[in-house]
Design a protein around this ligand. Structure first.
Ligand code: R5P
Length: 228
């Protein structure tokens, strides 16, 4: 699992805080990444103690973790309602997020958007007054060159994400590629989100505009919950 940003203690505090909000009978979206992993393990411990919950994983990684934690799983097809999603972020500014550092943002966005409430778990290094993190864009392999040209035309600098323990590109859980697109500061995330969503061959981008209902920020001193 990739690790970024703050300490494990900060991430664990955030994850455990969000996991405490899960109630009996809920269907919960299970996010991806090193911070969401702490929430999944904490939910698993509560399942051990009798919590009745079903999880919807957002990636191969979160499904494997949920299975290890013995969290019963379901799917968007089967569940009548997704009461809550708990997910990490690469950067947040108010309720706006950049996600996809683990290339899971397409499935994450589907599950997070389907949930009644999205709780984001983060360490303090993820906060920004204004978003400026490169935006991951998942692209169909055939569209890599054309989407890259479109991103340049929008003022961004696209970089094909390459794998660390494999030669060549990162391939997502959906069999696609990822362009990390640096736009510098993003004063109007909603405008950029709409522009990226329109690009032919772009499957999904990592801007989650206005999607967070709460951000649980873990630190050595405890957890600050920001509500939007
Ligand atoms: O694709 C990955 C996800 O969007 C993660 O939630 C995001 O990258 C944050 O991960 P972490 O908690 O490991 O920093």
């Amino acid at each position: 699992m990739k690790t970024t940003g703050g300490s494990e203690a900060e991430k664990r505090a955030a994850g455990e805080s969000a996991a405490e909000t899960v109630e009996d009978g809920m269907v919960v979206g299970l996010g991806t990444g090193s911070t969401a992993a702490h929430a999944i393990r904490a939910i698993g411990r509560r399942v051990d103690s009798g919590l009745d919950v079903r999880g919807i994983p957002t990636s191969f990684q979160s499904r494997e973790l949920a299975k290890e934690a013995a969290i019963p799983l379901t799917t968007l097809d089967e569940a009548d309602e997704v009461h809550l999603a708990i997910d990490g972020a690469d950067q947040f500014s108010g309720p706006h997020l950049v996600k996809g550092g683990g290339a899971a943002h397409a499935r994450e966005k589907i599950v997070d958007a389907a949930a009644d409430r999205l709780l984001v778990v983060a360490d303090p290094s993820k906060f920004a007054d204004e978003l400026d993190h490169p935006i991951p864009v998942e692209v169909l392999p055939d569209a890599r060159t054309t989407v890259a040209a479109d991103v340049r035309a929008l003022g961004g600098t696209p970089t094909l994400r390459t794998a660390e323990r494999k030669d060549g590109p990162v391939v997502t859980d959906n069999g696609n590629l990822v362009l990390d697109c640096d736009f510098g500061a993003i004063p109007s995330p909603g405008v950029l989100a709409s522009e990226l969503a329109e690009l032919p061959g772009a499957v999904e981008h990592g801007l989650f505009v206005g999607m967070a209902d709460e951000v649980h920020v873990g630190s050595d001193d405890g957890v600050e919950v920001r509500r939007f």
